[in-house]
Design a protein. Structure first.
Length: 165
């Protein structure tokens, strides 16, 4: 690959992960589903069992997050291009999830939400001239549960425009 092709691949993968965070937080489930290859698999997520397909994963997210306020941030990826059509990356991440009511979490806790810190470890494949996520693993270094008396999200703020891009 030329340097220009490598830089183009890096940017396309960064844009893919940015879209993942935005679509997840904006609850755009169908568009989120389209970011994954047909054979994509997922590990380490509380919303779906390890080894889940993209359909099971997105349905799990929809079930767990539709009523929640969520904010997902990914920072400073380390991206390794394995070939002109395959790559892997690790993304430092932070997420904030808050539900309107107490929720039973897969970790065995009950809380109105949590703040999590860790890493996404992912693989990608270029198909039909676009990059897709083929594997995603979420590892957490720390999870802070939100107590029952945590302030509710403020209502009436300007929501994102889901059709901006």
């Amino acid at each position: 690959m030329t340097n220009e092709q490598r830089l183009s691949a890096f940017e396309a993968i960064r844009q893919l992960k940015a879209a993942y965070c935005r679509l997840l937080d904006c609850k755009q489930w169908q568009s989120l589903h389209a970011l994954f290859s047909e054979d994509a698999r997922f590990d380490g997520f509380g919303s779906a069992p390890d080894g889940s397909t993209r359909t099971a994963f997105v349905k799990g997210l929809e079930h767990r997050l539709t009523e929640a306020v969520s904010v997902h941030h990914c920072h400073n990826p380390e991206i390794d291009l394995l070939s002109d059509s395959e790559a892997k990356a690790i993304w430092p991440m932070m997420d904030y999830v808050q539900w309107p009511d107490l929720m039973q979490l897969s970790e065995g806790e009950k809380a109105v939400g949590f703040k999590g810190y860790g890493f996404y470890e992912e693989t990608y494949r270029r198909e039909a001239n676009r990059w897709l996520i083929t594997y995603s693993r979420l590892s957490r270094l720390r999870v802070d549960f939100l107590a029952n008396d945590h302030p509710a999200p403020r209502k009436g703020r300007l929501p994102p425009q889901t059709n901006w891009i």
